[in-house]
Write a protein that binds this ligand. Sequence first.
Ligand code: RAM
Length: 525
Amino acid sequence: MAFKFQINNDLKFNHRLDLLKKADENRPEIHRQTITGQALVKLTDDVTKLEGIGLEQEGTMADLASRKLSRDGKVIIDFGRHVVGRFKIHIEHTGSPMDAPLAVKFRFAEMPNELAHQASEYDGWLSKAWIQEETLHLDSLPVDLELPRRYSFRYVEIDVIDSSPKWQAVFSNPTAVAQSAVTTPTVAAPKLDDPVLQRIYQVGLNTLHDCMQDVFEDGPKRDRRLWLGDLRLQALANYATYDNRALVKRCLYLFGAMTTTDGRISANVFTNQDYIPDDTFMYDYSLFFISTLDDLEKQGEDREILEDLYPIAKKQWAYTQRYIAADGRVKADEDYPVFVDWSNEFDKTACGQAITIYALRQLIDLAKRMGDAEVTKYQEQLAKLEDYAKGLFDAKRGFFVSGPDREVNIASQVWMVLAHVLDDDANQALMKKTVEQLFPVRGIATPYMYHHVTEALFEAGLHDEAIKLMKTYWGKMCQLGADTYWEAFEPEKPAFSPYGSPIVNSYCHAWSCTPVYLLKKYGQH
Ligand code: RAM
């Protein structure tokens, strides 16, 4: 089922002020740190890097002030690490008096390959306004320029469109004021002897750090907002590292405060000025509200948020009933898509079944904590959903099948394992068979889904296979030059973008940071 923009103008949303107040009470303090540019670099052809674009140092920072830039003069500053924050630079002119303004373009990139694409060539379906660049006309110099937006970047390209034949622009002292809701981890890192895993862990930590802002953002370049599916994984990664529970609570309160009046929880909320729920709904994301609340409670019971948000979790479950048939079959619906992954190359029906079971188990845990008598009703429905799911297991083929064509795909096996539809031995046998017959993974486009594949291997006790996959997937991003992990990565098509061009891809995307969680939970063998 293809992802499409949902426009639902006539929805009615709640705005529970009591819950929004609690979201505000849990608002984080933002920590800031000033970072200076590290080197001048230029793009090179390098087949070992993403899209064949590498970098080479071409000067030190001291050289910047000696570059006199006029028409078409360019320089790329490398900040040496990924930064989310404001950018400042000092600009002067040299030569004759300024007989024209300075026209200059700044381009910000998380990865070198972004600089090899031009915004003018972008024709994808997502807004090109996300492309991080600014063109300015400065009538007088010198100036200490601070650009207006918060950017997500490691590299800044300065491109002088024009000065005049009589004078040149001189740039110096580029700084970034990096920001995050967290500073250093408060939970000890797992003991990892393998340098590849150490690097994989560190890049995950950097990714999470830079996505922890006023809310858990999905990506600080884009969409810069709070998505429920991303939040679930970020929260788990956060408990294993920075352990800022207030930020998780803030985000859960935001979703809980602004459901539709019929009980649906939005896939994401905007938090830039006012709090606004998006009119976009995804079946699995809505259910992950239940999971995220339960995961939080499992960290240590928090009665207040449980009592505030359990009724909202229940209402989401009640709304979900229309997608569950009497025999326990989950009926997918184009208007409430099951996301699972950006790829549309596989059938997601069995995943929908498994995710429903996965979430209901967590609702049952919440119901027990609340002493809710409806727990029995939930348990009965769980049994039906599981029976139906077991019927999807094709004993002859040894796999779960999905959809009308009885398709066998990796995602279905993975979600059935995570939902513990079979017992532990059968789960292990299923994942072994998945590795033997369905690997190498093909046609999965996001670290989000790779996370679930890796987790299913760990859950099934296939530690070595899980580590191997982590190394070939997240390790490959590291080899290709990642400082932070990416929103989309399909190893067999490294330049894949769900949006038509990598220039709008986010290269610091929270749902990919989960090696920090996986290595902490399962990695020390
Ligand atoms: C994208 C964002 C976000 C994700 C949704 C489904 O727009 O990257 O992270 O949750 O897709």
